[in-house]
Design a protein around this ligand. Structure first.
Ligand code: PLP
Length: 444
């Protein structure tokens, strides 16, 4: 199933010795290479001081920008580093000049923070956020998007691979539309970086965001933004500070060159060198190979689940990936039990494939069938089950409510996963794709 040295990579991942860690797409296990880069750097900080260690490691820090650029087919000057993907995305989105009557076009499967940011931007600027419908497969409807793009459109914002649902949105098709219409295109690639190859020129995005801790296996608290040539001078960086701008005397200032005009001055350089080490390792392993394995593991789990009588797989999209869902989940449907199946941590780079499975409490037979499949899967999947209140997310999961329309929402919100589960009826187990949670509103 793989042309990767799985055992070798496991040996270089200390966490693999103790557990099948099934949450890579949440936050993956670090490799020994990354751990060594970080601990060595931390030692130098402790011994010679933070600024001195930074100066000493200037090449290593520069290499992080270079590796990230190589990973996505960009230039190092087009990369800005952040403490997570959300802040990178905010830096891009809040820098798009918007006014009353302008429009942002976006998809249904956007990350929760993006949805909130869109709502705030709409309130602040009077711009309208238009949610493009999905096509029959569940991916963004490219034809509908083409119809919606007009002279009011300032930006298209899309999540390439959403947090849940297995979906790979047609990022390059959207890129071609954005180019043709000369509209800025912001692509959230948080769940893509490290999962399969990226080439920003081929996709045609102007801004792309990624995180370190998921499929890239970098440290937590790292993220990055790519800003392409078409976007740089059209964006109005949302904050000026001593990293992003230079005082030009009197009452004027100038932005620094390239994407670093979006950065903030202070950083955890331990994390920066750790991120650099992880990215270099991913490039060396080969994103083509990782991508093939990730997709194959995903397909294997889906196929196995689909064979179980009473299990319905509701994955979305024409193209599907190795996406999983986080350990646990939140669902507004309290009476329903929740199930989570995960692929085993077969290789460190590929896949935590897990899909959320919701069932009604009466589906004991199907539960047993599913448990038999999991047991027979040779470690492909594991099952956690319990009631929502006992979800691995802890008591916080109780906070989830069936979605109400938030104040100021431009369109009503809808709990598609719950709808599906309800339609499925008692005794039937639904493997839900979109679901109603704080992170992934699956909005309309
Ligand atoms: C699709 C998607 N976008 C953005 C984010 C946010 O990434 P970060 O937590 O690094 O800000 C996530 C995190 O799970 C995600 O799944």
């Amino acid at each position: 199933m793989s042309d990767l040295d799985i055992e070798g990579m496991r040996a270089m991942t200390p966490g693999c010795a103790n557990r099948n860690h099934l949450n890579n797409a949440g936050a993956a296990l670090l490799s020994t290479v990354t751990i060594a880069a970080m601990t060595d750097y931390l030692q130098r900080e402790a011994l010679i001081g933070g600024y001195e260690a930074e100066a000493e490691a200037a090449d290593q820090i520069g290499a992080t920008y270079e590796s990230l650029a190589e990973l996505i087919g960009a230039l190092p000057t087009q990369i800005a580093l952040f403490d997570n993907s959300t802040h990178a995305w905010n830096a891009a989105c809040y820098s798009v000049p918007l006014g009353s009557g302008d429009r942002i076009l976006t998809g249904r499967n956007e990350y929760g923070s993006a949805v909130l940011a869109y709502l705030q931007l709409a309130q602040r600027t009077g711009a309208e956020v238009v949610v493009v419908p999905d096509d029959d497969s569940g991916q963004i409807d490219v034809a509908a998007l083409a119809d919606l793009v007009d002279e009011r459109t300032r930006m298209i914002g899309l999540t390439w691979v959403p947090t849940a649902g297995g979906l790979v949105n047609p990022a390059a098709e959207v890129g071609r539309l954005a180019r043709a219409a000369d509209v800025l295109y912001l692509l959230d690639a948080t769940q893509v970086v490290g999962q399969f190859p990226i080439d920003v020129s081929a996709i045609g995005c102007d801004m792309l965001t990624g995180t370190g801790r998921k499929f890239l296996r970098g440290p937590r608290g790292t993220g990055f933004l790519y800003v392409g040539p078409r976007a740089l001078d059209r964006l109005d960086p949302f904050v000026a500070e001593i990293r992003s701008a230079t005082w030009a005397g009197g009452r004027s200032f100038t932005w620094v060159d390239g994407a670093r005009r979006f950065e903030t001055w202070e950083k955890s350089y331990v994390d920066v060198v750790g991120l650099g080490a992880a990215v270099r390792q991913a490039i060396d392993v080969g994103l083509d190979r990782v991508g093939r394995r990730s997709a194959a593991l995903g397909a294997r789990l889906r196929a196995g689940l689909a064979q179980i009588d009473g299990v319905t797989v509701h994955d979305l999209g024409r193209e599907k990936c190795a996406i999983r869902h986080r350990t646990g989940g939140r669902c507004g449907h309290r009476r329903r039990r929740s199930y989570f199946a995960y692929t085993q941590h077969l290789d460190p780079n590929a896949v935590t494939l897990s899909r959320r499975i919701c069932s009604l409490a009466t589906s004991a037979i199907v539960r047993r069938r599913l448990a038999r499949f999991i047991a027979a899967s040779g470690g492909l999947a594991r099952l956690w089950c319990g009631t929502l209140g006992k979800s691995p997310l802890g008591p916080g999961s109780r906070r989830a409510k069936v979605r109400k329309r938030p104040a100021g929402a431009v369109r009503p919100w809808r709990c598609t996963a719950s709808d599906r589960a309800r339609r499925a009826g008692p005794g039937v187990l639904s493997l839900c794709s979109g679901y109603a949670c704080h992170y992934c509103p699956f909005w309309t």
